[in-house]
Design a protein around this ligand. Structure first.
Ligand SMILES: Cc1ncc(C[n+]2csc(CCOP(=O)(O)OP(=O)(O)O)c2C)c(N)n1
Length: 375
């Protein structure tokens, strides 16, 4: 395994002076060390990360992005129409979830795991896959240096376990709501509402605490929870829809808030659990720190927007969201909790089955509660 510190030293030796990215646990070690030394910008999404690197590169600083292959889709537009078009030789570190054996990873990584190499080939981006040795990193970076001299981007692919972790330091966050308690409080108010829960620990927490047929658990497609909820709310105006989002996911595709405001469905409540980090991938600092959710909600056309700092204010906001027409945005400050890892959604069954169960429950109008949350 290549240590995170060796990885960062090699970046410096290759004159990489600017990095940006979106976390993957496979690259968590270098991301943490690069952030600590001030050389890393947490980007809202992978396309933004690449555009940031492109800006720095155009302005004369050798640049790299660090992303998970699930975010390759977010990056392809600036890769093709900016980086390749303007011949910007950016270095791409892309983790390989779902590879080499998709069956050994979560199902949402299967398609991208088996196609990452091929997508890069089709786009004409050369790549090298690390084998966990320092020599493979050195070889990849010398191939990247050669590509740089030809003004071509270069991708270094990072399989599981090839780059080491760095000690995690959990910032002191003051008094915040426990994630489990927040999810339980929201589930307890759900009644016969449809719930859509975002990628990662938030879906997993909801599935573990209060599974029901009317819950749709996202496993991938990070950042699209509010758009999925909006699609359901618009096509089922007679049903209440609660979207359970994370701050990292909400900012990933923040533009969806404008679409919610534009369509303004009365039956939609969008709850954002804001822990100021990407808990699901190791608690890295995110990019939502400066967001004022209440102003954002009102500014994009939600009918109400509330920031909750404790459980009673969350419960009040949820009550109001039931009593008055929406769309409502409710943000809750929750605590990072590294020791609390909820069970995987796939413990309940296959994603196709869980999705099918949800569709049937929505169209039959029925809901069956397998578990009731305790508040
Ligand atoms: C497009 C994309 N990029 C990156 C990831 C990896 N990833 C999965 S969950 C997650 C963190 C989500 O953060 P947030 O929404 O704040 O929720 P939290 O994990 O803090 O509960 C990340 C980065 C992904 N699944 N998809």
């Amino acid at each position: 395994m290549i240590s995170a510190s060796h990885f960062c030293t090699e970046l410096s030796r290759n004159d990489v002076g600017f990095t940006a990215g979106v976390p993957c646990s496979f690259l968590g070690g270098p991301m943490q060390l690069l952030s600590e030394r001030g050389d890393y910008v947490a980007a809202a999404n992978e396309g933004t990360a690449l555009a940031l690197a492109a800006g720095a590169e155009i302005a004369g600083t050798r640049s790299a992005v660090l992303i998970q292959n699930s975010g390759l889709g977010n990056l392809i537009n600036p890769l093709t129409s900016l980086v390749l078009t303007y011949e910007l030789p950016i270095l791409l570190f892309i983790s390989l979830r779902g590879w080499p054996d998709a069956a050994k990873d979560e199902p949402q990584h299967a398609v991208m795991g088996s196609t990452t190499h091929g997508i890069l080939d089709v786009l004409g981006v050369s790549h090298h896959t690390l084998d966990g040795t320092e020599q493979s990193l050195r070889l990849a970076l010398s191939l990247a240096a050669d590509a740089h001299s030809r003004r071509r981007p270069y991708a270094v692919l990072v399989p599981k376990g090839s780059v080491g972790p760095a000690p995690r330091s959990t910032p002191s966050q003051g008094r915040r709501v426990d994630r489990k308690k927040a999810v339980a409080a929201i589930a307890a108010r759900a009644s016969d509402s449809i719930m859509v829960a975002t990628t990662g620990f938030i879906s997993r927490e909801l599935a573990g605490l209060a599974d029901r047929d009317l819950n749709f658990y996202m496993a991938g497609s990070m950042g699209h929870a509010s758009a999925i909820g909006l699609g359901i709310a618009l096509t089922h105006p007679d049903r209440r829809v609660i979207v359970l989002d994370g701050d990292g996911a909400a900012v990933m595709h923040l533009g969806a808030a404008a679409t919610v405001g534009d369509r303004a469905p009365a039956n939609l409540t969008h709850v954002i659990l804001d822990n100021d980090g990407y808990e699901s991938t190791g608690g890295q600092t995110g990019t939502s720190g400066a967001v004022d959710w209440a102003m954002l909600g009102i500014g994009t056309g939600y009918r109400s927007a509330t920031l909750c700092l404790d459980l009673p204010s969350l419960q009040t906001a949820l009550r109001r969201a039931t009593d008055f027409p929406g769309p409502h945005l409710i943000a809750v400050k929750t605590a990072l909790a590294p020791e609390e890892v909820p069970p995987r959604v796939t413990a309940l069954g296959g994603l196709v089955e869980i999705g099918g169960r949800f569709s049937r429950a929505v169209s039959s109008g029925s809901s069956s509660f397998a578990k009731r949350p305790e508040v």
